[in-house]
Each structure stands twice: as structure tokens, then as C-alpha cells.
Design a protein around this ligand. Structure first.
Ligand code: PPS
Length: 568
């Protein structure tokens, strides 16, 4: 049965005194270091956000949830909340044992009394919960490539909440929110779930939804884990705070929810409803493609646009929260105001900017009109995502020893410094081996470590708005890809293949190394006794045989200009 919004929701915490005692005793238990996702799940388990769950799912509950969205006792619960661990740890644990659950600093947050240990059928879980065993779905990808292969289940004893250092004043447990609503006399509350910045259309639709339901409004954004690639929650919360001022006074509040989303569309909507019911909310806005994961590996949507609304409606009573339809709002130019798309006066001009178009405008530093968003929100977004010509980026040269990488990289560095505007760092192969990787040799393992170190430093430089120029041999495709992923999390990655053929490098033999390698005096020499996997999809290929260094560096500059990374 849904909780009355006035009564507190059950929590799994023990008293402060018991917690201190348990903490000491738990020091001797086997312990598991929770993953970021598990910390989010644990927080909502302990504070009652996942009520009626009392811990990580047992095998019987898990099977019921996967197969028909129900716990073994019949209660509605659509999402498997499981403690996944690796085989090595699982081998040391048997049902009946207690384990200490620690955060990433080693602080004990809870004790799990293990009742069940099993190896889940992940393919089945993917099919039933997420609709397809397709790695293009972020939660399916997580299930197969990040989650451990063994699940542990059992009740939890909560010792302390995970620590948050950011936006403390904006985080509320379900009971804190309930108490707040009680204090203000709010009886009907519409919650709006979001993982994106809010613009004028969102403000219009949320306020309208609250007005229609004669309710107050709770902006309830997710700050735990959202879809990879989303705007980070720090930026979003600053944006939300700006939008909050736009609602009439005392109608609206905001609270941050440390949920790890799964992007499971219809099941996720039902889950979100149950979580909101626990937070004392009476109404919940569900829109088109709620918590949608994007396209599958065949380029089609994982779920139908209204699947989430239909599944929610079907279970509305049990969820205990009334669904409010999400109206797509558009701006009508002649009226200078927003209308629901299906109520636009005939013959009027409708203006709208899609998410993709907004990102393009941000990337290129183009105008974002005031009818679309609030100037404070645009300022925040521009601070975090400056136009490409002001963002950091990485230029990654790869090629054989003696191919000319360092010379071109040096020339590029000087040209970029001449232009000014951003700090430039050259991570040349030889320099890196002297300062960062002096203990490493040239085995595959050592080369990989070396390149990943370069990638890490380059990605930090990129994150902080600088230009990183790297010039190692980097002979392996997979390692170059890993570095690309690291850097692309923060800015552009431009791979330049210096494709000087081995014959030419050997003919030049500037350092005399090829001769030594031929004589067997240097082992594992790239191109002679060790492989070089040439890139197949580099952003640029330069040829140093017929073209001088200056010209090669100029080709890179042209490429950077074409990509919008520098302005002529
Ligand atoms: S790697 O594979 O990317 O880690 O190599 P890198 O860090 O770029 O280092 C290459 C420079 O080390 C010298 N050197 C060798 N290169 C290849 N294979 C072997 N076995 C080797 N031993 C020493 C060589 O001078 C490389 O410098 P560059 O500037 O590329 O000529």
C-alpha cells in the first residue's frame, strides 16, 4: 500500500549509538568497496527512497522483479536493486555472513547480512528489464561490461548516509521532504523528474501541470548517475537554482535526488513514481519517451514514445501517485508566449529549438534567444561548455620512430603559441619517457602504460582548457582508442598519423637506432622487431616524404580550423 504523504516512510538506519558500536565491530567483517552506482542505490535503500525494499534483492525477489516487476510478496517493484560483486570476492562469502559496505574512502556505510548468492542470467535480465540484450542501451552495457558476475542479496543495517560535499542544503531524504511539505501545509505536490537543464518551455509546462492539478511543484532533478554525456550535475543545479526564481513565490521548491538512473523507459517511469511516492509526492509528470536511452544498435528507439505513460497508468493506483501528462510546449511568435503544441492558434508561427540544435549553438558560440531560455541559464551553460574555439583539446601524433612526429609537433606548438589564447603543452615521446615513464621499457605492457599516462595527462590538460600535443609512437590501436575516450570526455581529440614509411625512417636513421635494431642490439624495436598498427580512421594523415615540416604543421592548423577548434 502506498504511504500516506503525512506519515514518515520507514528507514533502515539504526540509532546513532548503535551505529557507532556497529561501526567498530564491523571493522573485522569482510568488506566490499561499493561502486558509485551501488552507493546511490544504498543511499535510497537506507533513507526509504526505495521503500518497501529492506536491502539488496534476494534471488527470489530478483526473479520476480525481472519476470513480472513484483517482489516475492507480490509488491510492485520494477527495477532489480542488486549488489553485484566479482567472482573473487564472491568466493570468500557464504550466505549467513555479514559484510561491511564501504564507500570509496573506506567509510562503513552499512552492513549487509547476506542471505543469497547467485550468478544471474544477465541476458535474461537485459531482455526483460531493458527490453533488449543490446549494448547500445547504457544499462545493458553496464550490466555486461561493468557489473560483477555474482549477486549478493540480503537485508541492510544502515550505519550512516553517504557523504556529499556539494549542494548539501538542497539534498533531502524522503522524510525530510515529507516534513517540509507538512510544515508548509502542502497537500498536493506535483514532482518533475529531470536530468537536463531547464529552459523556458520546461518552466511553463511544470508550472502549468501544477496549476492544473491545483498543487505545489517539486523540481526533483537526478544528481546521482544519469545518461552518459549529460550536462554534469554541478552545472545543472546552478541552472535549476536560476530557474527556481522564475516561479511565483512559495509555489515551488527543488530537492536533489541521488538516484542512479538506468534509462529503462517504461519500467523506469514506474520506478520513478514509486520513489516519488516515498518522497511524499502525490502527482508525477511523465512525458513522451520518459527516461529513454536513445537509439538501439539498429538505429531505432528502444521504446515507443508513450510506453512509459501507458505502463505508469496501468499501475497508477498501486504506485500511489497520479500521473500528469507532459505537454510539449512551443513558443508562438505572434503571441510572444508558450502554448501546448496541440493548442497553437491556427496560422501562427511556432518557434522551437531542439536539444541537438541547442548543443550546436553552444558549441559554436551562436546566439540562444531569450524566448528559448533564461539568460542566467545560458550564461551557466556557456561557462561549462564554451564554444569549441575556447575549449581544450588534444592533438595526438602517432608514427614510427624517426617519422618526424616530434619535429612537426614542435612546429605546431610554436604556431599555436604564436596565436595565443590557450596554454600549450607538448608531451613528446622522449620527454615523457624521461619525466613520467623513466622506469618503463618497450614491452607491449609497458608501452600501454606509457601511452595511458600520456592520455591521462592530456585529458587533464584538455579538461582545464589547454592544448595538449602528444607525440609518442603509440603502436597499438586499442590503446590509442582508450586515450581518445579519456580525452574526448573533455574536448576534441585529433589523431594525426605521421605516415612516413619505414624505409624512409630507416634511411634517415637520425638516432642510429634502426641500425642497432637491425643488428639485434635493441630488442622489440617498432617496425623492425615489434608491430606498428597503422591508424585507419585518423583525423589527419601527413606525409613527410614530399612535404616539409612547416607545411605538415600547417596542415594540422588547417584541420584544427576546419574542426572549429581555432579561429583564423
Ligand atoms: S611507445 O611505444 O609509444 O611507448 O614509444 P615512445 O614512448 O614514443 O618512445 C619511443 C622513443 O624511444 C626510443 N626507443 C624505441 N622506440 C621503439 N622501440 C624501441 N624498442 C625503442 N627503444 C628506444 C626511440 O628513440 C623513440 O623515439 P622517437 O622520437 O619516436 O624516435
Amino acid at each position: 500500500m502506498p504511504q500516506s504523504p503525512l506519515a514518515p516512510v520507514p528507514e533502515l538506519y539504526v540509532s546513532y549509538e548503535s551505529a557507532q558500536k556497529l561501526k567498530e565491530e564491523a571493522g573485522n567483517l569482510p568488506s566490499w568497496d561499493l561502486t558509485p552506482r551501488q552507493i546511490c542505490d544504498l543511499e535510497l535503500l537506507m533513507n526509504g527512497g526505495f521503500n518497501p525494499l529492506k536491502g539488496f534483492l534476494s534471488e527470489e525477489d530478483y526473479n520476480g522483479v525481472v519476470e513480472n516487476m513484483r517482489l516475492a510478496n507480490g509488491a510492485l517493484w520494477p527495477m532489480p536493486i542488486t549488489l553485484d560483486v566479482n567472482e573473487k570476492f564472491a568466493e570468500t562469502i557464504e550466505p549467513g555472513q555479514d559484510i561491511a559496505l564501504r564507500d570509496q574512502e573506506g567509510v562503513i556505510l552499512a552492513i549487509l547480512s547476506v542471505s543469497d548468492k547467485w550468478v544471474p542470467n544477465k541476458a535474461r535480465e537485459a531482455e526483460k528489464v531493458f527490453g533488449a540484450d543490446d549494448l547500445a542501451h547504457p544499462a545493458v552495457n553496464y550490466l555486461h561490461n561493468t557489473a560483477g558476475n555474482v549477486y549478493l542479496g540480503g537485508p541492510i543495517i544502515g550505519i550512516q548516509q553517504p557523504v556529499h560535499y556539494d549542494f548539501k542544503g538542497r539534498r533531502d531524504t524522503p522524510n525530510e521532504l515529507r516534513a517540509y511539505f507538512r510544515k508548509l501545509g502542502w497537500r498536493k505536490i506535483v514532482a518533475f523528474q529531470t536530468r537536463n537543464p531547464l529552459h523556458r518551455a520546461h518552466q511553463e509546462l511544470t508550472f502549468r501541470a501544477a496549476k492544473e492539478a491545483e498543487a505545489n511543484l517539486l523540481i526533483h532533478p537526478v544528481v546521482g548517475m544519469t545518461k552518459p554525456g549529460d550536462v554534469d550535475h554541478f552545472t545543472r543545479v546552478r541552472c535549476y537554482e536560476a530557474v527556481l526564481d522564475k516561479y511565483p513565490q512559495s509555489t515551488t521548491t527543488m530537492s536533489l535526488l541521488n538516484l542512479a538512473m538506468r534509462m529503462a523507459g517504461p519500467r523506469e517511469a514506474v520506478w520513478h513514481g514509486l520513489i516519488r511516492a516515498n518522497h511524499g509526492v502525490t502527482h508525477f509528470i511523465v512525458g513522451r519517451d520518459h527516461a529513454g536511452p536513445g537509439k538501439n544498435s539498429e538505429g531505432k528507439d528502444f521504446y515507443g514514445p508513450y510506453d512509459a505513460q501507458e505502463l505508469f497508468k496501468e499501475h497508477e493506483e498501486e504506485i500511489g501517485v497520479t500521473m500528469v501528462d507532459f505537454k510539449h510546449m512551443v513558443y508562438v511568435q505572434e503571441k510572444a508566449q508558450y502554448y501546448p503544441a496541440n493548442e497553437v492558434p491556427e496560422g501562427s508561427t511556432v518557434l522551437d529549438i531542439s536539444g541537438t540544435e541547442l548543443r550546436r549553438r553552444l558549441r559554436e558560440g551562436l546566439d540562444i534567444p531569450e524566448w528559448f531560455s533564461f539568460p542566467e541559464v545560458v550564461t551557466e551553460l556557456r561557462r561549462t561548455s564554451p564554444p569549441r574555439s575556447k575549449q581544450g583539446f588534444t592533438v595526438f601524433f602517432t608514427g614510427l620512430s624517426g617519422s618526424g612526429k616530434s619535429t612537426i609537433a614542435n612546429a605546431l606548438m610554436v604556431k599555436l603559441m604564436e596565436m595565443g589564447g590557450r596554454p600549450v603543452t607538448l608531451l613528446d615521446g622522449d620527454v615523457v619517457r624521461k619525466h613520467l615513464s623513466s622506469e618503463l621499457g618497450f614491452s607491449k605492457e609497458h608501452r600501454d602504460i606509457n601511452i595511458k599516462r600520456i592520455g591521462y595527462v592530456a585529458s587533464e590538460i584538455t579538461k582545464n582548457g589547454g592544448i595538449a600535443i602528444c607525440a609518442p609512437i603509440a603502436p597499438y590501436t586499442a590503446t590509442r582508442r582508450a586515450v581518445r575516450e579519456m580525452a574526448e570526455a573533455y574536448g576534441a581529440f585529433v589523431e594525426v598519423h605521421v605516415a612516413t614509411p619505414i624505409e624512409e625512417c630507416e634511411r634517415r636513421d637520425r638516432k642510429g637506432l634502426y641500425k642497432l635494431a637491425r643488428e639485434g642490439k635493441i630488442k622489440e624495436f617498432t617496425g623492425i622487431s615489434d608491430p606498428y598498427e597503422a591508424p585507419t580512421a585518423a583525423e589527419l594523415v601527413v606525409n613527410t616524404v614530399d612535404v616539409d615540416v612547416d607545411h605538415c604543421a600547417h596542415q594540422v592548423i588547417l584541420k584544427l580550423e576546419a574542426m572549429g577548434l581555432i579561429k583564423a
